[in-house]
Design a protein around this ligand. Structure first.
Ligand SMILES: CCCCCCCC/C=C\CCCCCCCCCC(=O)SCCNC(=O)CCNC(=O)[C@H](O)C(C)(C)COP(=O)(O)OP(=O)(O)OC[C@H]1O[C@@H](n2cnc3c(N)ncnc32)[C@H](O)[C@@H]1OP(=O)(O)O
Ligand SMILES: Cc1cc2nc3c(=O)[nH]c(=O)nc-3n(C[C@H](O)[C@H](O)[C@H](O)COP(=O)(O)OP(=O)(O)OC[C@H]3O[C@@H](n4cnc5c(N)ncnc54)[C@H](O)[C@@H]3O)c2cc1C
Length: 664
């Protein structure tokens, strides 16, 4: 870092060991060192610079992305980077591209749903990028309802092939990333038909383009679906449309871990549950939760640094004006978002552990925690992406007018991030899945089935329905057991109330449809409880570094008590707390904001983001905002000439016209 540090006075106030916090944020010293090295490698390579990409037209933008992806691959090979290092490098290139789908979905789908032979054949090709894959599930007519997909895969026993076909316009594959212009192959989801019988939706490896000249295979129609929300942003991605006219593929290109089709066209089920066909989605949802904290931390880092630089009002005797970060209203909007970034980081870590555990159990034919893994990944994906998208927009507002400039980095971040609320499962549809899981768990309580894992608290439902919150002073809200009990009681009471209402319906499906909005609220309460409880678990770990645990405690209680404030209706209406206790929680929240305030800049420094990755004039590490904002404005193409193009055609004649009218 060269030059003056305009935020030095802020950094001098820090009460904890920032380097130790960087390691907590990264997850381990190894993860910190590796990500730090990759971030610097990308930031120092001119081929990866991002300036001006929002001003590029679609074709230039897309070609620029192809160039960066090719350069990244070249560097990965030259430097012999490991898979982990390569993943970090791609992350810091910071531009959505076909490689996200290749590595993030195509490869995992083959790993999760392919047989050993299929993996041996296809994975080496994919690892060397001799083929490029995408994940073609969604169609024009159906996305959420996977069982409603219309593409067919009909087995032809004469030739030992599947015939992949798009029977209707609505069966056109629509949305898959990387499909429009790049992918040579895709995992295509289609209805399996053998001997005239349907066997549900399955995945098939289908070649789409020639490996010689990139032309579509005859019978395949393929292209890009068009511009998406925001300038630049997700338009670096070629989301595609694809139709099949009786395309033939060998039988061994159906992913057959769940179900095998024999030479005669007979379907043989393996011992793994049918839901494993959805396994790639579980994997990706888990990675989306981890990514939510990264995106949220970016927005919060920008808004926090800028809030310390920006001054408005409050000058006395010609002194300095007030830093906007010192306004209590700014703190009450900003610090819960800072706390959420840390909360999502830790729940993401835990979810990764859960996913690894499930994968190991599946390999040992233990499928018992698959429903919980599905509910957790679906629910936390929904909770964290909704909160992050909302938070990015809130950070834009926290930066006032300058937040609306592309130079703030926030409009692009929002545009890139917001589809996370839709892709990989619409967030409401996913919460309804959680609700089904919760209602099933509650309905089984009577039969003596003991809930485990994240629903274990429902096993104590009788206690939780009766318990009274033990808070008499604001300090009592700093007891983990008190906070946990309040969240558990709220969630348990909401679940039980919903289950009782459901039981009034003769047909449970009718009841579920009628009460779905209420059910979604119970799912949110349950997921918030998971986040709070995993944050509290984190505090119990031995966390080295002066003052680090203290800061994390403050953030944990800010996260929990802010939720309590925001969802006060739930807590009061279910009788978990009294209005007086709610008021004490607010007092505690204000006190926590004051304690976080001197550490705010250091807490965002701990994210260890380079200026390159942040891509924000407002969020610069050195806080030198105004001269750089001024400099940035002059880079706009409109400022290439003093008198704009179009002056002679449109402005000048208008002015002359007015002059003539004035003379009349
Ligand atoms: C400033 C610039 C910044 C730049 C930054 C750049 C950085 C890069 C940024 C971003 C790049 C990221 C790249 C991301 C790429 C996006 C990828 C997106 C890909 C996709 O979207 S793929 C398509 C995903 N589609 C979906 O998710 C569809 C959603 N629908 C479903 O999941 C299901 O169909 C359903 C669950 C809704 C179906 O419900 P239903 O029909 O009722 O269920 P059934 O199929 O009958 O099953 C019932 C039974 O199964 C259980 N179950 C359902 N799903 C699963 C599962 N996944 N796992 C396990 N079990 C499952 C369900 O609970 C039922 O169980 P039960 O019978 O009740 O016990
Ligand atoms: C940027 C982007 C990238 C994508 N990439 C891919 C990809 O690589 N591969 C791929 O296969 N797909 C991809 N998709 C598609 C994505 O997975 C789907 O759009 C997503 O699953 C939502 O499905 P849908 O579009 O059918 O929404 P719909 O289901 O049509 O949702 C419309 C509305 O209906 C509501 N709704 C739907 N069902 C219910 C219900 N049962 N109860 C209550 N409300 C309901 C939803 O909440 C929503 O408000 C991508 C999408 C986007 C935006």
């Amino acid at each position: 870092m060269k030059g003056v540090d305009h935020l030095a006075h802020e950094r001098n106030k820090t009460e904890f060991d920032v380097d130790a916090m960087k390691i907590v944020w990264a997850g381990s010293r190894h993860a910190f060192e590796l990500s730090d090295r990759m971030a610097r490698l990308v930031a120092s390579d001119p081929a990866f610079q991002k300036d001006g990409r929002i001003r590029l037209g679609r074709k230039e933008l897309f070609k620029n992305t192809l160039r960066k992806a090719a350069h990244a691959w070249k560097r990965i090979l030259e430097l012999h980077l490991t898979e982990e290092e390569a993943g970090w490098l791609r992350n810091f290139v910071d531009e959505p591209s076909f490689t996200d789908l290749h590595w993030g979905m195509f490869v995992p789908a083959i790993k999760g749903q392919g047989t050993d032979e299929q993996q041996q054949k296809w994975l080496p090709l994919a690892y060397k990028m001799q083929i490029i894959g995408s994940y073609a599930q969604t169609e024009l007519g159906h996305g959420s309802n996977v069982q409603g997909l219309e593409t067919t895969a009909t087995f032809d026993p004469e030739t030992d092939e599947f015939v992949i076909h798009s029977p209707t316009l609505t069966s056109s594959k629509w949305w898959p990333g990387g499909l429009g212009k790049v992918s040579t192959h895709a995992i295509v989801y289609a209805r399996l038909i053998t001997n005239g019988q349907e066997h549900g939706v399955h995945g098939f490896i289908v070649q789409l383009r020639s490996l010689d000249d990139h032309m579509p295979i005859p019978g395949i129609t393929i292209g890009d679906i068009g511009m998406k929300f925001g300038n630049g942003a997700y338009n670096t991605m070629d989301n595609g449309v694809l139709t099949f006219d009786h395309i033939r593929i060998p039988r061994n290109q159906m992913l057959m871990r769940v179900l095998q089709v024999t030479r005669e066209g007979k379907c043989v089920k393996s011992n793994v549950p049918r839901q494993l066909i959805y396994g790639t989605m579980v994997f990706v949802r888990q990675t989306i939760v981890a990514d939510a904290s990264t995106a949220l931390a970016r927005a919060v880092c920008i808004a926090t640094r800028y809030s310390a630089v920006r001054r408005q009002f409050g000058s006395q005797d010609g002194g300095m004006e007030t830093q906007v970060i010192d306004y209590k209203t700014q703190q009450s909007r900003l610090f819960p978002l800072l706390a959420s970034a840390y909360a999502f980081r830790f729940v993401g870590e835990w979810l990764k552990w859960l996913y690894t555990d499930v994968t190991q159990r599946l390999q040992a034919n233990d499928f018992s925690i698959l429903p919980e893994a599905h509910a957790c990944t679906a629910g936390l994906k929904s909770l964290t992406t909704t909160a992050t998208a909302d938070a990015i927009e809130e950070c834009r507002k926290l930066c006032g007018g300058h937040g609306y400039l592309c130079a703030s980095g926030l409009p692009e971040l929002f545009a890139v991030y917001v589809p996370a609320c839709t892709y990989e499962g619409d967030n409401v549809v996913l919460l309804l899945q959680v609700a089904r899981f919760l209602m099933k768990t509650v309905s089984q309580l009577g039969s003596g089935k003991k809930p485990v894992g994240t629903t274990a608290y429902l096993g104590r439902v009788q206690d939780l329905l009766q318990c009274c919150c033990d808070v008499q002073t604001a300090e009592d809200w700093l007891k983990p057991s008190v906070v946990l009990e309040a969240f558990e009681a709220r969630s348990a009471r909401m679940c039980v109330a919903r289950a009782q209402n459901l039981s009034k319906f003769e047909n449970p499906e009718d009841g579920f449809a009628e009460l779905s909005a209420d059910l979604v609220e119970a799912s949110v309460a349950h997921c918030q409880l998971i986040v709070v409880s995993k944050f509290i678990d984190k505090l119990q770990q031995d966390i080295p570094g002066k003052g680090v645990n203290r800061q994390l405690q403050n953030l944990c209680y800010i996260y929990a008590l802010n939720l309590l404030h925001k969802y006060l209706g739930d807590f009061l209406s279910t009788g978990c707390i009294t209005p007086k206790q709610a008021s004490l929680a607010n007092d505690q929240l204000r006190s926590l904001y004051s304690q976080i305030r001197p550490n705010a800049i250091a807490l965002v420094d701990a994210f260890n983001y380079t200026d390159h990755y942040l891509g924000s004039v407002l969020g610069r590490y050195d806080g030198n905002v105004y001269p750089k904002l001024y400099e940035e404005a002059w880079k706009d193409p409109l400022n290439d000439s003093v008198v704009p193009d179009g002056y002679h055609e449109y402005i000048h004649p208008m002015l002359k016209q007015q002059l003539r009218n004035a003379r009349l």
